[in-house]
Design a protein around this ligand. Structure first.
Ligand code: ZN
Ligand code: FE
Ligand code: FE
Ligand code: ZN
Length: 268
């Protein structure tokens, strides 16, 4: 079992050092983890919630040290990279300058919205909710089409409680999934939504089902910001996933993946 979305205290809003997360993973029987702390951005953008360039190099060093210390754990190097319109060249340079196992595409900010308003902040812009959902998915499609990323992070993080995105914006969701399939990317099954007010997976299982039908592989992701959150709710989620015999889980190495099929042969 793997967990492919883990933060560390280097991003300034998570608790615990790399070693604390590794030990928590070992306690939970997870054998492969990918650290994906928040990428440094230019112009000091949102610098209070992410690594600086200097901290990013410390992050790489710490991962290297941890690999030597915890040989029984597979420790992958990842990054949660924000897609923000206008930063494509910066991202292309940054991502090509280092060696990663996996790069998560996350849309946390919409450029045309109020500056630095997180998409999940629940502060409403002057757009209708359906319009906000549309803005978000439009930016997500653009991000996917850049070809810069591997895995779509928390795909429907824009959703508000009791306002399912598929009810109002199924067409945009369909576009996102088609773009993912075309790009050969994977999507996360991110359990952090279960810890939040919305109390749902990112994305909703209905969207997971659509992804499975399109042959899109999944990865498991806790989005842990505290060591005890590693592998959060994975047992429940895995039980649900067994319902989908065609569901593929991806395993990443050096930004490429292999898949294995989740389902067991049906009893006959
Ligand atoms: Zn974070
Ligand atoms: Fe995120
Ligand atoms: Fe994250
Ligand atoms: Zn995240």
């Amino acid at each position: 079992m793997h967990d492919y979305h883990i933060h560390t205290s280097l991003c300034k809003h998570a608790e615990g050092d790399i070693n604390d997360y590794i030990e928590s993973a070992m306690d939970k029987g997870i054998t492969e983890i990918c650290f994906t702390d928040h990428i440094p951005l230019p112009d000091g953008f949102d610098s209070e919630h992410r690594m600086s360039q200097k901290e990013f190099r410390i992050y790489l060093d710490k991962l290297e040290t941890a690999r030597l210390k915890y040989r029984q754990m597979t420790i992958l190097t990842g990054i949660e990279a924000d897609y923000i319109e206008g930063y494509e060249n910066y991202l292309r340079d940054f991502l090509s300058n280092y060696t990663f196992d996996l790069v998560i595409l996350s849309v946390h900010f919409i450029k045309k919205w109020t500056d630095k308003q997180w998409v999940f902040s629940y502060e409403y812009t002057d757009r209708t909710l359906m319009g906000q959902y549309k803005d978000y998915f439009d930016v997500l499609v653009k991000g996917i089409q850049t070809g810069l990323f591997d895995v779509v992070g928390h795909l429907d993080i824009i959703k508000r409680p009791n306002r399912p995105v598929l009810r109002s914006n199924s067409r945009e969701v369909e576009r996102v999934l088609n773009a993912v399939a075309k790009a050969g990317m994977c999507i996360e099954l991110n359990t952090s939504g279960l810890r939040k007010h919305v109390k749902q997976l990112y994305p909703h299982m209905d969207i997971v089902e659509m992804a499975v039908e399109k042959g899109i592989p999944l990865v498991l992701a806790s989005d842990a910001h505290r060591p005890d959150e590693v592998g959060d709710f994975f047992d429940d989620v895995l039980n649900e996933l067994f319902q989908y015999p065609n569901l593929k889980l991806a395993q990443y190495r050096g930004r490429t993946y292999t898949t294995r099929t989740m389902g067991q042969p049906a009893d006959e």
